[in-house]
Design a binder for this molecule. Structure first.
Ligand code: ATP
Ligand code: MG
Length: 1005
């Protein structure tokens, strides 16, 4: 990312006409000289002069932090320099106007001068410039955001710029507000210090040790950018401020761009002590220096010695300085004496920020100060990024020195911090932000700031709240430069390798990088070692095969930024290379990695969408997605299968609707079939919202092709999902419509739709249940459907029979269903059959019921059918509760809610029951209160279950009236012969009796 400055001078043209050409040329060349100097001073590179315009860039060839800010500072300087030049030359109408834009530009590596950069930012800068009034600096929003901490901006409104479809909001830079980088931002995103108690305590105690024992002490606080060094310093400052003891407090900052200013931070510190402002005139400064020396150096004999040396440091005249050269030792001695004289009065604190940029002179002086000061309370606190260790190893070690390393925050503190920034953030969103930030507070703060910029986080009654979907998190602009600077510090070769690695993902094996980069193994391994040393990557050894260890980006954001440095075309070639590599590196054309391969094809596709080979790549992507989906289905990961099927369908929908009706309707070769499979998988994964959505896509697809019968089939899929979801009304609507179409010329699809509708009506207690379950079974037998489908029909009929009070008959149907299911070998259908068998047996033989449920759970766990698994476990725990085996039930709950990760209303309700039985009414009450879907269910069995648990909870609370009314409710909606209902009725009767007894006592008649 670069910042581009475009400066034009107005007032030349009339001048060129009126004045003699010689004078104009003179002035023009002076202007170019001024521009070059100003731009150079702020670290910019002049790209070219075009007529009387100048274009300059920051951030190339090497980006560094604060590029945008420096560009704006340069722009402001340039405007005033041109005005001054005009005034001097007697051309007061001479004025510069400047446009600054920050964005991606294409950089020709190795080119110098003209032609280095090209891209949208360059053109836009020229347009922004032309929108500026003479004497103004206008910038785009990105620049304003980046430089806004240190420079004041005014909203300059929206402007139509040539070549831009939409009006663009521009900002006018007004003045420089603060020192480099801004000091402390005030935008409400300052949160309480989190997770640094130990570090802060250490810093405080070391200070007191230095002050009390009068020993100089240097503490180096080292840690990566944004980890919270300055914040720690600030907290310490607040603490020190509150102490009764007075302290000479100083803060100095090292500049990231030297301008050759050695001892900058030290000079800043001395100026603070003497009260000299940067804008003070030479005489003013000299006066303050003299006064300060008089004040702080008590011994008149030492004043000249100290004053001369401080004067040299500040570039301020001191009376009596003969101008003779002074050695470094001489200077150090004078400066040290100054601090010693201060420390003789009260403790001296020197806080040095950003010491990774410090010149060696400054570090030498700090060492000198610590080594030579005796019996004086001098506390030097140095904050630096780890680079300091590379530039100057050993700094911060030795006598009276301590190094404190700040690591990223621990996960608990991270959660606390995100919560403090945006209270009540949902867990998933919070996890996304923490994952992106990886323990670095700055990354968290800036990520939240970028959400505020996108209006996804908004202030609601004075508190920031998440008001939208955070979607894909990108690297915030404000961090881009910071991270890009880290990459730019690498050798170009290594940098390219990092970009290759970024395509591979956050974690990657060496082999893949070798294959994709096309470089030889030794070179890659050497570079990787270097990158680990620089903390760009870290190694994660594979415990199974250590020599195959893989590498990992130290920060995910760093990977994203590295990825962004690739041009779209480079991304495409690399993604294709990775896909090809994976297909050869893994058996069966990359079988195991199908979804990763698919993702690389998709990324390649989206990198350059309009290439001639798009169709081919899309085909490869779709093939890989379907393989991934089928594999996921086989391995019991229906949620993943649904995602992959849907992705494949979405890609196909783009191309094949025009291709006409599919010929083999059951092959997953067209979008309709893929949507349908996605819907089925989603339903199996209990993601009903997605299931209905996918089924609707399939429906639309077939309707567009005029295939109403197939469309009806997909309606049945949606209907089934809605039924399982408990949304009976909508389910009935869809299923009835589907059955209506499918009854004509019946086939297996008809049987399936009928079966769903029949099931629905059974559970709804509808009078149609008898007729529909019988019809489905008769039709299925007549058509000779497979054992799997037939098993299902037996189950449905069996369930009906149980609900109709014909339980032994129902159990017989279940037994036959289970037998047929086992024949079919499908885990899900076997599970379902046994699940129902357990249900049917529950009231007659709880032990046999538990056994059936346990076997069902085994099958369903294997198939990954979460909704059914939850039901099987529910049956199992209910049977166990009926058997009185609470501990076994508890163990099943633990497994289901723990490792199985099932969050299911039925389970919750039954757990509530167990808690109520155990007398823990509070937990039972909380569990009941947390129910969502089940409360709204129209199913009688569901209502009855909730009432039973409520009855037991009320009983545990010793509220017999409530227990009675809930138990009666359960009895009303349960079915005769239902064990739960009987229990509830029993409870109701018992409570009623007790109530009567209590009533007698309380209300003697
Ligand atoms: N422990 C913490 N609790 C709460 N906020 C924190 C914490 N540490 C840092 N922050 C916040 O994170 C942001 C970045 O921290 P800070 O500026 O101290 O980082 P730094 O280590 O000095 O980075 P740099 O190397 O860039 O100077 C600040 O807004 C700061 O207030
Ligand atoms: Mg800092």
């Amino acid at each position: 990312m670069c910042s581009v400055l475009f400066c034009d001078v107005v007032g030349f043209t009339p001048l060129s006409e009126a004045q003699d050409p010689e004078a104009v040329r003179e002035l023009l060349s002076r202007y170019f000289g001024v521009a070059r100097t100003v731009i150079g001073r702020y670290g910019g590179v002049v790209e070219k002069f075009i007529g009387d315009a100048v274009m300059a860039v920051w951030g190339t060839p090497v980006a560094s932090e604060g590029d945008a800010e420096r560009t704006v500072r340069a722009a402001l300087d340039l405007v005033s320099a041109v005005a001054a030049m005009g005034a001097e030359a007697g051309v007061p109408e001479l004025a510069a106007r400047v446009g600054v834009v920050t964005g991606e530009v294409a950089v020709t590596l190795g080119a110098v001068g003209e032609g280095m950069v090209a891209g949208d930012a360059v053109n836009t800068a020229a347009r922004v410039q032309s929108a500026a009034e003479p004497g103004q600096v206008l910038t785009d929003a990105a620049t304003q955001r980046l430089a806004g901490t240190a420079v004041g901006f005014a909203d300059a409104g929206e402007h139509r710029l040539k070549g831009k479809a939409e009006p663009v909001r521009l900002w006018r830079a007004t003045r420089v507000l603060s020192a480099v980088g801004g000091v402390q931002r005030v935008d409400g995103l300052e949160v309480p210090l989190t997770g640094r108690d130990a570090e802060l305590r250490t810093i405080r105690e070391l200070f007191h040790a230095a002050a009390d024992r009068r020993v100089p002490r240097l503490v180096l606080v080292s840690g990566p950018a944004g980890v919270g060094k300055s914040r720690l310093g600030w907290e310490f400052e607040k603490y020190a401020d509150g102490l009764v003891e007075d302290i000479w407090w100083h803060r100095g900052r090292c500049l990231s761009y030297g301008e050759g200013v050695v001892f900058w931070a030290l000079a800043e510190i001395v100026r603070q002590r003497l009260g000299i402002a940067e804008e003070d005139s030479a005489e003013g400064a000299a006066g303050k220096l003299a006064a300060g020396v008089d004040r702080f150096v008590a011994d008149p004999g030492e004043r000249a010695y100290v004053g001369v040396r401080l004067g040299r440091l500040l570039g301020v005249a001191f009376g009596g300085d003969g101008g003779a050269a002074l050695s470094r030792e001489e200077l150090f001695a004078g400066w040290r004496l100054f601090f010693e004289r201060l420390a003789a009065v009260q403790p001296v604190v020197l806080l040095i920020e950003d010491a990774q940029y410090a010149d060696t002179g400054l570090l030498d002086f700090l060492d000198h100060l610590i080594d030579w000061s005796r019996d004086l309370p001098v506390y030097v606190l140095v904050f630096a990024r780890p680079e300091l260790g590379q530039a100057r190893s050993g700094f911060g070690a030795g006598r009276n020195r301590i190094t404190l390393t700040l690591d990223p925050l621990d996960p608990t503190s991270v959660d606390q911090l995100v919560d403090a920034l945006v209270p009540g953030m949902p867990v998933a969103a919070r996890a996304a932000i923490s994952g992106q930030a990886q323990g670095v507070p700055l990354f968290m703060v800036e990520t939240v700031r970028s959400l505020i910029d996108r209006d996804i986080v908004q202030p609601v009654e004075g508190v920031y709240q998440l008001t939208g979907d955070i979607g894909e998190l990108a690297v915030p602009d404000s961090l881009h430069a910071l991270l890009a600077a880290r990459l730019d510090a690498l050798d170009p070769d290594v940098r390219r390798l990092v970009a290759d690695a970024a395509v591979l993902g956050t974690t990657f094996p060496v082999e893949a990088l070798i294959a994709v980069s096309g470089r030889d193994e030794d070179a890659v391994r050497t570079a990787l070692t270097d990158l680990v040393r620089r903390e760009v990557l870290s190694v994660s050894a594979d415990p199974l095969s250590p020599e195959r260890g893989s590498y990992q980006f130290a920060q995910e954001m760093l990977r994203q930024v590295a990825y962004d440095t690739l041009s779209r075309r480079d991304r495409k070639t690399r993604h294709l290379a990775v896909a090809a590599h994976l297909r050869t590196a893994f058996a069966g054309d990359g079988e195991e990695m199908a979804d990763v391969i698919a993702r690389h094809y998709l990324d390649a596709l989206h990198a350059v969408p309009n290439d001639p080979d798009t169709a081919q790549i899309r085909g490869q992507a779709i093939t890989a997605l379907i393989r991934a989906a089928e594999r996921a289905q086989r391995t019991g990961a229906p949620a993943q299968a649904a995602t992959s099927y849907a992705a494949a369908a979405a890609e196909l929908t783009l191309t094949d609707i025009a291709a006409g009706p599919p010929d083999a309707a059951d092959e997953p070769s067209h979008a309709g079939m893929l949507w349908e499979r996605a819907a089925q998988s989603a339903a199996a994964a209990a993601d009903f919202t997605a299931a209905v959505r996918h089924a609707d896509h399939a429906h639309d697809y077939y309707r567009k092709l005029g295939q109403d019968r197939t469309a009806a089939r997909t309606q049945a899929v949606a209907g089934r999902a809605l039924r399982i979801w408990g949304r009976h009304g909508e389910a009935r609507e869809r299923l009835t419509a589907a059955v209506k179409v499918l009854r004509a010329d019946p086939d297996t699809d008809t049987v399936r739709a009928l079966e769903e509708l029949a099931t629905l009506e059974v559970f709804a207690g509808s009078p149609d249940a008898d007729r529909l379950t019988a019809e489905a079974l008769i039709l299925g037998q007549a058509l000779g459907v497979g054992s799997e489908q037939l098993a299902g029909l037996f189950l449905t009929r069996g369930i009906y029979l149980c609900t109709a009070g014909r339980r032994p008959e129902g159990v017989a149907f279940f037994r036959e269903g289970a037998r047929l299911a086992t024949q079919s070998g499908d885990n899900i259908i076997v599970g379902r059959a046994l699940l129902n068998l357990s249900d049917g047996l529950a009231s007659m033989d709880p032990a046999a019921a538990a056994e059936a449920a346990r076997t069902a759970a085994t099958h369903l766990r294997r198939a990954g059918a979460r909704d059914l698994l939850a039901a099987a476990i529910t049956n199992l725990v209910q049977a166990l509760l009926l058997l009185g085996d609470w501990d076994a039930a508890q163990a099943e709950f633990d497994q289901a809610l723990g490792p199985d990760g099932l969050a299911d209303d039925y389970l919750t309700t039954n757990l509530g029951w167990l808690m109520a039985l155990r007398g823990d009414a509070a937990t039972a009450g909380t569990l009941l209160a947390d129910l969502r879907d089940l409360r709204a269910s129209e199913d009688l069995q569901d209502k009855s279950l909730i009432s039973v648990v409520e009855a037991f909870t009320a009983a545990a609370r010793r509220q017999p009236e409530d227990a009675l009314s809930h138990a009666r409710g359960a009895g009303l909606c349960g079915r005769p012969g239902d064990k739960l209902r009987d229990l509830a009725l029993g409870l109701a009767a018992g409570r009623a009796r007790r109530l009567r007894a209590a009533g007698h006592r309380r209300y003697p008649s």
